[in-house]
Structures are given as C-alpha cells and as structure tokens.
Design a binder for this molecule. Structure first.
Ligand code: GDP
Length: 481
C-alpha cells in the first residue's frame, strides 16, 4: 500500500506543506504528488502519535472471500451438518447400482409418496441422521468441480468389485481423493458372486496405501452387494461414524453459500441449477450471485420433486430464477439485498471474460522458479505417465530423489498408458505438471491441457526428465525454442 504526500496529509488532517517539511527533516525530499512507501508513512504517523492501521480491503466480487471463516460468528448457532458423499471406482464395479440401491432403500422412510427426482444429488436418512450423496459417480465430475474451486465432498466411497479387484480407474479414484484430502471408505462390492475374492481386493489396495483396520491400518472396508442390498446398512453406519470424527459443522442462521452441482437451460423454466448449500440456509426470494450470473431464487424443488421454501446446510435443491446458466463447480453466495447482489453479479459478469484469460496462473516448468521465489510453492506436484509400469516406477523413484532446497517433489498420480483427460483435470485441480515418458496425450487430453493451461512435458530419456525438472527448480531452465 502506498499513499501520496497529499493523500497522507488529508488523512492526518494536516497541510501538505507541513508533511513535506517533516519529510525534509527526516532527510526525504518530497513533492505533494510523491508516493510514500510504508516506512515513510509509518515514520510520519509516529511523529504525530498516530498508529497506522492496515486497511483490509475485501473484494466484494471475489466469491471466495465469502467462504472464509467468519471470526465474529455466534458459535451458539453452529450446528452439526450432514456429510456429503461421492462414489468413485472403476467402470462396471457397481457405482450406479449402489447409488440407486441406497436411494431406494432409504429415501422413502417417512417420505412416502415422494417421487424421486434426479437433480444431481439426494439425501437419505439413516438412524435419524441425514447423508447427502452426489449422484454423478466417478472422479471426473468430482475433479472438474474441484478444478473450479468447489470443495464439496466430505467423504468418498471407493467401490471395488470383489470379482475383479483393483483396476486402473480404481487407482485414479484413490489419487483424486487423496489429492483432495478426502477420506476414503472402501466398499468391496459384488460379494454375492461365486468368484468374489475380498482378500485379493484388500491385498491390492494395501499396495496403494489403503490398509484395512484388521491388518493394522486405518481404512474401513465394508463387504457389500449393491444388487442384493447386503452390507449397505453397515456401509451407511460407517459413513456416519467417519463423519462424526470429521466434526462437520455449519451455521444454519447465516446467509447461504455453496456450490453448483449441475445446471442447464430448460425450455419452460429458463436457467435451472442444482445447488448444494454448504453453509447457511437458502430461502425462496433470496438475492443470489452464482458463478458469473445472478438473480433471485424464484422456486426451489428438493430431490423428491417437492417444492420447498428453505434449504439448510448440506441440502441439495434445484432452483430457478437466475439470469444465465452457471457451470458445475461454480460457487454461489446469497446477499442481504437485491441491489448488492445485482452489483456484484454485474461486476462478475463483465469481468468473466477477462478473468478467464488471467485465471490463476498454473504452474509450468517455465514459471516454477518464479513461483518458488515468491514463496507460493512449497511442493511441486507431478503426474507421471509412461509406456510401461516398470518405467513409471523407476521415473517416480528418481523424481522423488530430486533435492532442491525449499521445495518437495510430490508425485500425486502415476500410471502406464497415454495421458488422458482425467490426468489433465487432476493436474488442473492440483496445480500439477504432467510428465509423459514414451507416451503422448490423447486428443481430449491435449484439448483439455490447452484450455486449462496445464504443462505437459514429453520425454524419451529418463535422465533428461530429471535434468529438466531439477533445472526448472533451480531457475536454470533454458527457454524453450
Ligand atoms: P458402474 O459403471 O460402476 O456405475 O457400474 P454399474 O452400477 O452400472 O454396474 C455394472 C454391472 O454390475 C451391472 O450389470 C450391475 O447389475 C452389476 N452389479 C452391480 N453391483 C452388483 C452386485 O453387487 N452384484 C452383482 N452380481 N452384480 C452387480
């Protein structure tokens, strides 16, 4: 922060000439328009016996600021909130079946007559407590939302088919959850099958850091059959147990904030968005800013297709009343009055295009050293893909040995095979660089990397990879030609 001599004089209620004189006595020659640095400002103020208070300015159009903790909040209003759960796992391992089965067995309790409505998330009641499930399974949706800034999920259920074991997308899912620091409960599915081999699943997952409690680890494994319903009650109980440990809290009395689960344009109703309330209570009539659009909540419908007037923490609701269609993962904030909401909404709308261009700079090997110097980077996240598993491991081991003061190399995901869109979305969400050894990005990955500004480095010689990363960390990377 700097002030000119004139501005400082005004703030202190003095004549500029007086300030200039004082500066002169301190050995600083200044004119009325001269900018003063913090030190000079403090010296002058000290001389007048005035304390300099750092002016804290919040940018009203930055929705993130509304998600920061409010120290002045009345703690008596803070209550337990339901956990928000995502289901991940390899294709065909039973994610959709499990989501349907949980919903069908639990949703009707006390809600007879409700017709389930797919709005992108639903709630069930277990032992008098609610649990919210996002009903788009898979880590792609999860990470896309995370890349847009939404931190929605409290807990991940990793579904692994007992007759198939750990598969590539199982490992992807683990790494996506780990990168987001979301706890994992393992559901060993298809236990009804003759060929089910849960020991093998436990063995294989142990190799990926998920060690069952029975074997001295701390990961909960629940054998289930999504098809027959066996084990689902135990799974739900475990979700409640893990959530209790997490002490999930929210304040239902404040204005609502949260994230968009999905949104689309409806011919009759206009912009329709499913919002997950993450804190506070959302009410019909609330002035709201959602991503780069805004409006007033016109109508709200819950996951049973019923109209509701309000929605508390961890509740998903479908709303209408927005000017435009927001995107999944966008944040929303409710404002006190419509005027402020409109002002913030309009400001965000007009800066949207500009923001897209200057979007938070992603790490690349070329700007790595700069970011390290600024102290923004304590960890360099890498995703390593190679043609064969042996090479992946060899590369990961060498990369982890790189020792440059101030920064750790952290490998957040590895795999054999081409660089995929999922690798890119993980990189974007975790600010990582992707290294490909004897592999290339596929078409979708290439497009995604360009759109997201993710740095991909392709190599054919191992020591070159190490050399390049090391050089970048030391600020000695040769410019690319
Ligand atoms: P997703 O791709 O992970 O969503 O998997 P789905 O839920 O679509 O399931 C894939 C196939 O596995 C379907 O044919 C399901 O009926 C079947 N399936 C899912 N769960 C079970 C189970 O517990 N037991 C058996 N036998 N089959 C299951």
């Amino acid at each position: 922060e700097s002030l000119s001599v004139g501005e400082l004089a005004k703030k202190l209620g003095r004549e500029p000439s007086e300030i200039i004189k004082k500066l002169f006595m301190l050995g600083v020659m200044a004119t009325i328009n001269q900018e003063l640095d913090q030190d000079a400002i403090e010296l002058i103020c000290a001389d007048y016996g005035v304390e300099v208070e750092e002016e804290v300015r919040i940018d009203a159009t930055d929705l993130d600021t509304y998600f920061e903790e409010d120290e002045n909040e009345n703690t008596a209003d803070i209550k337990e909130r339901p956990p928000v759960v995502t289901i991940m796992g390899h294709v065909d391992h039973g994610k959709t079946t499990l989501l349907d089965s949980i919903r069908n067995t639990k949703v009707t309790e006390g809600e007879a007559g409700g017709i389930t409505q797919h709005i992108g998330a639903y709630q069930v009641v277990v032992q008098g407590k609610k649990i919210t499930f996002l009903d788009t399974p898979g880590h792609a949706a999860f990470t896309t939302m995370r890349a847009r800034g939404a931190k929605i999920t409290d807990l991940t259920i990793l579904v692994v088919a007992a007759d198939d074991g750990v598969m590539p997308q199982t490992i992807e899912a683990i790494n996506h959850a780990k990168a987001a620091e979301v706890p994992i409960i393992v559901a060993v599915n298809k236990m009804d099958k003759q060929t089910a081999n849960p020991d093998r699943v436990m063995q294989e997952l142990t190799e990926h850091g998920l060690v069952p409690e029975a074997w001295g680890g701390d990961t909960i494994f629940v054998p289930i059959s999504a098809l027959s319903g066996e084990g689902i009650d135990q799974l739900l109980e475990m979700i409640l147990l893990v959530s209790e440990v997490g002490e999930l809290k929210a304040n239902p009395k404040r204005h609502a904030i949260g994230s968009v689960i999905e949104a689309q344009l409806d011919k009759g109703r206009g912009s329709v968005a499913t919002l997950l309330v993450q804190n506070g209570t959302l009410n019909v009539g609330d002035p709201i800013v959602v991503g780069h659009t805004y409006g007033r909540v016109r109508a709200m419908v819950n996951d049973l297709g019923r109209r509701v007037k309000s929605a508390g923490p961890s509740t998903p609701v479908e709303i209408t009343g927005l000017n435009e269609v927001p995107q999944a993962g966008d944040r929303f904030v409710v404002f006190e009055d419509e005027k402020t909401a409109r002002q913030v909404g309009e400001a965000r709308e007009s800066t949207a295009i500009q923001e897209m261009r200057t979007e938070k700079q992603r790490v690349t090997l070329d700007n790595l050293f700069e970011q390290m110097k600024q102290g923004d980077m304590k960890e360099l996240n890498l995703i390593v893909k190679a043609d064969v598993q042996g090479t992946v491991e060899a590369m990961a081991a060498s990369l982890m040995k790189i020792d440059v003061e101030g920064v750790n190399v952290k490998i957040i995901h590895t795999g054999a095979g081409a660089i995929t869109e999922s690798d890119i979305s993980l990189a974007a969400a975790s600010n990582a660089i992707v290294i490909g050894f004897n592999v290339r990005p596929d078409v979708n990955a290439k497009r995604a990397a360009e759109a997201e500004g993710v740095d991909i480095r392709l190599h054919r010689i191992i020591y070159k990879v190490i050399e390049e990363i090391e050089a970048a960390m030391k600020g000695m990377l040769d410019p690319e030609y």
